[in-house]
Design a protein around this ligand. Sequence first.
Ligand code: ARG
Length: 464
Amino acid sequence: MDKASGTWSGRFSEPVDELVKRYTASIPFDYRLAEVDIKGSLAHARMLNHVGVLDAEDLADIERGMGEILSEIRSGRFEWSLDLEDVHLNIEKALTAKIGDAGKRLHTGRSRNDQVATDIRLYLRDAVDRIQEGIRACQDSLLNLAERHASTVMPGFTHLQVAQPVTFGHHMMAYFEMLERDHERLADARKRINRLPLGAAALAGTSYPIDREIVARELGFDGVCENSLDAVSDRDFAIEFTSAASQVMVHFSRLSEELILWMSPRFGFIDLADRFCTGSSIMPQKKNPDVPELVRGKAGRVFGHLTALLTLMKGQPLAYNKDNQEDKEPLFDTVDTLLDTLKIYADMLTGIRVKPDSMRQAANEGYSTATDLADYLVKKGLPFRDAHEAVARAVRAAEAKNCDLAGLPLAELQGFSPLVSEDVFAVLTLEGSLAARNHAGGTAPEQVRAAVVRARERLASTRP
Ligand code: ARG
């Protein structure tokens, strides 16, 4: 008789098939829930004692036994057994081996169904906290870059065509804002993660006089799941988390795409520190931005986990079904991928070397101040559509001469509109264009500096 089916051996007449055992076991991955599983069990046992279902001696044995098991797990001495199917049965059997009958009493008024739902919520809550810290670290790096480059001019793009001058600091602050929303989304998801399923037992609740509020308080939950069927079955909180995680990866994937482009010699806007790049085994000149490329690639992996979880849930009738055991690997991998990405990015951003000269040259090459010329004519009384037309003709003329708008002589510019006068050249400079966008959310260096200050204040006010 194998050990797990020993748990329900009374019901069965033959042992479980070897492949089925491997197929149904979750211990190869859910051992990661061990610490939260023990935490949940201890809170449950204390509550049972409090309501008079478990005597003080049994509770003391359980606490001592779990303490030993925890240190065995932490030091790597604990022996996980595939025969015991999952983390819950492994720990429960080890406890019983240590303390005898008291170990068998622990599961009173509880099921693995509400136990595992509790474990995942505890695990995810901690993961969210660490991910939020990682996001903050990346935001700090972005703020430092933005502050240093509040007036470093670069071309802003739409359709990847040079559009209007912006500052590199402004560009970095765009990502700061994306991460700010990611942080908010995770905080919101955390509220729904942080509810206690224990007490739901298998699905209908339990006939023991349990006190769920005590357990919730001890485990730091904001409250209990209201409905027992819902408590053991839904994983919407995990889906929501993975969705928020996917959104974080979308943002880092976009930033990665930009870093990759900017590092290409065709752009030459930045250089990444060598420790984030690799060479080629055949082309000696190569320095490849492997890290951002992998971030872009790993985004797809996290989206895959989101799809997996949605699909996992969609066909399940109430209440718990074994399908739910498949929630763990996608969740664990999402958390691991995200934490690594954030850690690497916080450091990689700090190591970016900006090349202001190439950025300026690119901004000068693409007629990026054409809109400023149109606005100039509008301010002198020309309707915007007519100004647009006049400037388009000026750009064509400059293109034919292979020069920038400021390279056209005054007389020639006046040929496109008699409203042009000597003061036009101030408008055509990159600095003039930047300084003109001087309102909250605009790219004027003064505004970028103010945005950095506001952002720092915002972060300081949310820090413990
Ligand atoms: N390993 C299972 C899971 O991850 C634990 C719950 C099993 N419950 C059950 N009735 N088979 O979901």
